[in-house]
Design a protein around this ligand. Structure first.
Ligand SMILES: Nc1ncnc2c1ncn2[C@@H]1O[C@H](COP(=O)(O)OP(=O)(O)O)[C@@H](O)[C@H]1O
Ligand code: SF4
Ligand SMILES: [Mg+2]
Length: 343
C-alpha cells in the first residue's frame, strides 16, 4: 500500500449539531482481513463513513468484491471492525462484547442474499422466525404465536408454520428471512442484496413488501445491491463504493440525474433506459478490466487504471471524499468530478 493511498481521510457528511443523532452513524470504518501467508492485510473496507436517519433507506452499490457485504456485516457486528466506529442511536457499539450486543440485536437485523442458504433446512418456518425471540428470552408459546403473526405480515400463510424451507419458493423463502429479521421489532435492517438471487418478477414483489413494511413499521434500511435499477426504486440516498471506499454519496435523484464520479457514470451508463430513443442516443462508458484486488490497491486514485478521465495527478494523489456544490449534501472522491448532468 502506498502512502498516498493510506493518508487520505474519508470524512462523512457534517452532522447537524442542532438535531438528534442519526439512527446510524458510521465513521472511517475499516476491515483488514489477514493476508494469505505473509502478505499484507486485505483492506476490504477502507474508511467508509455515512449517516442513516430513522425511517430512511440508503442504497449501497458497487461491483462484486468492493466491500458492501463486509460493511453491512460490521454494522450488524457479525464482524468486528479493524478501526473506525459504528454509532447506533447515539451510542458507540463498535466493540461491544457479545453479551452487551444482545439487546442491540433486537434493534438491528440483517436480511441475506440467498434466502435458502440462510435458513436452517432442518427447522420449521415457525422455529426459524421465532429463533431471535427465543434468544431474547420469549417463551416458546409466545414466540410461536408471534411467528405466525409475522408470517401473515410478510404475506405467508400462517397455517404453513410447520413446513420446512425447501417447501417454499425463493421468493417465499426470502419472506421467511424478512419475517425472521422483523421478529424482534428492529429499527434498522441491513439488507444484503435481498433480491439478487430471485427471479425478476419475484424481485418486484419482495421490493414492494419491503417498502410496505418500511412504511408500516418505520424501518430504516441499508439496502445493499449491485443492481442500480433496484436501488433507484427503493432508496432515498445512495452511496457508491469502489475498492473498499465510498466514491460518491448523495440524494438518489441527484446521483442518478447528474452522477459526478466517473465510476458512478460508468455504472449508470450500463443500466437500460425505458425510452428506446434515449437508450439509442446515450453514451455508454465501458470500463476496462476488472476491479483490482483490495490486497494490492493501485496508488493515487484507486480507480485510475480504469478511469476514462484519469490524468497524471490521479496516479499519485488519492482524492478525498468532498462536497462538489455548495448547499448540496453530496460528496464525491474525484479530482475532476463531472458537473455536466446525465450520462
Ligand atoms: N473473511 C474474509 N477473509 C478474507 N477476505 C475477505 C473475507 N470476506 C471478504 N473478503 C474480501 O473482501 C473483499 C470485499 O468482499 P465483500 O464485502 O464480500 O464484497 P461485496 O459484498 O461488495 O461483493 C473481497 O475482495 C473479498 O474477497
Ligand atoms: S480522480 Fe482521476 S482517476 Fe480518479 S475518478 Fe477522478 S478523474 Fe478518474
Ligand atoms: Mg456481497
Amino acid at each position: 500500500m502506498t502512502t498516498a493511498h493510506a493518508a487520505v481521510p474519508h470524512p462523512a457528511p457534517a452532522p447537524d449539531p442542532a438535531g438528534p443523532p442519526p439512527l446510524l452513524r458510521v465513521r472511517d470504518l475499516t476491515m483488514a482481513f489477514p493476508g494469505r501467508r505473509r502478505s499484507a492485510p486485505v483492506r476490504a473496507v477502507d474508511g467508509v463513513g455515512f449517516d442513516l436517519a430513522e425511517g430512511e433507506t440508503l442504497g449501497l452499490v458497487g461491483e462484486s468484491g468492493c466491500g458492501k457485504s463486509t460493511t453491512g456485516r460490521m454494522i450488524v457486528r457479525l464482524l468486528e471492525p479493524t478501526s473506525g466506529s459504528v454509532t447506533y442511536a447515539g451510542r458507540d457499539v463498535t466493540h461491544l462484547s457479545q453479551r452487551a450486543l444482545k439487546p442491540l440485536r433486537r434493534e438491528i437485523q440483517m436480511v441475506f442474499q440467498d434466502p435458502h442458504s440462510s435458513l436452517n433446512p432442518r427447522q420449521s418456518v415457525a422455529r426459524i422466525i421465532a429463533d431471535p425471540l427465543l434468544v431474547q428470552g420469549s417463551s416458546a408459546a409466545d414466540a410461536r404465536a408471534r411467528a405466525q403473526e409475522l408470517m401473515e405480515l410478510v404475506g405467508l400463510i400462517p397455517e404453513h408454520a410447520d413446513r420446512f424451507p425447501h417447501e417454499f419458493s425463493g421468493g417465499q423463502a426470502q419472506r421467511i428471512g424478512i419475517a425472521r429479521a422483523l421478529a424482534t421489532g428492529p429499527r434498522l435492517v441491513v439488507a444484503d442484496e435481498p433480491v439478487s438471487a430471485l427471479d425478476v418478477s419475484v424481485q418486484a414483489q419482495i421490493v414492494n413488501l419491503m417498502e410496505r413494511l418500511q412504511a408500516e413499521l418505520g424501518l430504516a434500511y441499508l439496502f445493499i445491491a449491485h443492481d442500480l435499477s433496484v436501488v433507484k426504486r427503493v432508496c432515498d440516498r445512495v452511496a457508491v463504493m469502489y475498492l473498499g471506499r465510498i466514491v460518491e454519496i448523495g440524494a438518489k435523484d441527484r446521483v442518478y440525474e447528474a452522477p459526478a464520479h466517473p465510476y458512478t457514470r460508468a455504472l449508470l451508463s450500463a443500466v437500460p433506459l425505458p425510452d428506446p430513443a434515449a437508450e439509442r442516443s446515450r453514451e455508454r462508458i465501458t470500463l476496462l478490466g476488472d476491479p483490482p484486488s483490495p490486497a494490492a490497491p493501485p496508488p493515487g486514485c484507486t480507480f485510475h487504471p480504469r478511469c476514462p478521465k484519469a490524468q497524471a495527478v490521479c496516479r499519485v494523489e488519492a482524492p478525498p471524499l468532498r462536497s462538489i456544490a455548495a448547499g448540496e449534501p453530496r460528496e464525491v472522491a474525484c479530482h475532476f468530478p463531472e458537473t455536466d448532468g446525465p450520462v
